[in-house]
Design a protein around this ligand. Sequence first.
Ligand code: FES
Ligand code: FES
Length: 213
Amino acid sequence: MEKEKLSAKENNERKAGDSRRDFLKQSTLLSALALTPPTILKAAESQLDEKVAGYFEKAAFSLDINGKPYQLNVEPRVTLLDLLREHLGLTGTKKGCDHGQCGACTVHVNGKRINSCLTLAIMQEGKKITTIEGLANGDDLHPMQKAFISHDGFQCGYCTPGQIMSAIACIDEGHANSETELREYMSGNICRCGSYSHIIDAIIDVKNGGGKK
Ligand code: FES
Ligand code: FES
């Protein structure tokens, strides 16, 4: 009991000591700032401004998107998804979460699927990007697009471009050998409408040579 009382007292003393130390640290910092000559403060401020401005300075780079070369001049902080949608008007690629969690923004970079919301456009300099707009050959849809239509692989359609891009990659990666494997490798693509079983049917159909009509 006595021991408990003592440790509570010790605790209070320690807390009081901590807040005294915090108070002293803060007042020393404030006094130091007050005593810093305005010229030095101004210089530090402009250095910071320059650094921040650097993030907004546009950078020139090139990308191949759906077989077409693009010379770009955008801020380095622009994601590939925002470049496609906001700068180039390629709105087929959808923004669901913008955090790498829904797969709606899936595109191919050099043939591999990625979430375009998770990469900066400038990081893909010189690479080949394929979006949903680049799949069809004129009016002739890609077999995966045809299969999604014939199997009713969508309802509202918002997730569909990402699902189709992932589905094509899944087959190319060799991850379409069974329904279970497909469900696993398509699990990064979320469908709020719950069209999953029809999506799987469409992919299996294409894997087996369907989706031609
Ligand atoms: Fe990119 Fe959701 S928008 S994963
Ligand atoms: Fe509506 Fe997938 S079809 S979210």
